[in-house]
Ligand binder design. Sequence first.
Ligand code: ZN
Length: 280
Amino acid sequence: MYTTLKSVLEEASELNMAIGAFNTHNLEMVQAIVKAANNQRTPVIIQTSEGTAKYVGMRTLVAVCKSLAEEYGVNVDLHLDHAKNWDNIREAVDAGFGSVMFDGSALPFKENILGTRRVVEYAHAAGASVEAELGTVGGTEDGVAVASDAVRLTDPAQAVEFIDKTDIDALAVAIGTNHGQYKSKTNINFDVLKSIYEVAQRPLVIHGGTGVSDNDIHRVIDLGIRKFNVGTELLVQWNRKSKELYDSNKENTSNRNNVMPALDVVQEVVEHKISLFKNI
Ligand SMILES: [Zn+2]
């Protein structure tokens, strides 16, 4: 069924696993992601940037996710990723997104609390869940780069205070991962993650998940990571395959002949990631 972030992460906590949160960049990818979750028999989180949500249309995204959740019998949460704009957040909640992430990570601590509280109040009243971020994840997100000297790991004591004062449903932590990293693997700070896990009473979220090695995936899940974001790898695989097809197919071929094989590749990556996130 079409559901919320809170609900799928509760299931993940119960089973000591993580739910994959896959960034889609268009409508077609949504289908590949839901099919992968169906084959793996797990819930799934479909997420989009504010830019993609505007491009596809928020109500259209909700309608397609609801329809696919029903068709495949998969628990699907539709999530707005890294939202900073209050109007976009309200539009997503009003359109029926199951959750939103308020990204106040670049703000001073108290400003982040205030901004997050406002989003929580609005979203919870509509039955939607909220993720927020404390600390700064490195790398490049939707074309915006974070300078390496601006990266701050999450402070465990602040995490407790933040959760207490905002009542968020999930906390994104900065533990050394980078957005957009796919050519190398991340050095995760497990000590920081462990300290957060021991005191924070909420599901934790990892961003920049593409750069996390397969072995480390199990280690971070055992330390409370319940939502695992994967974006770059899907994009890279889709772009590589489509480039090859657009170059080799005739220019009057049906567009689906260029798109469907790229979707198969995306589905394969998603299935592989989900199989690791089950933490078996
Ligand atoms: Zn992120």
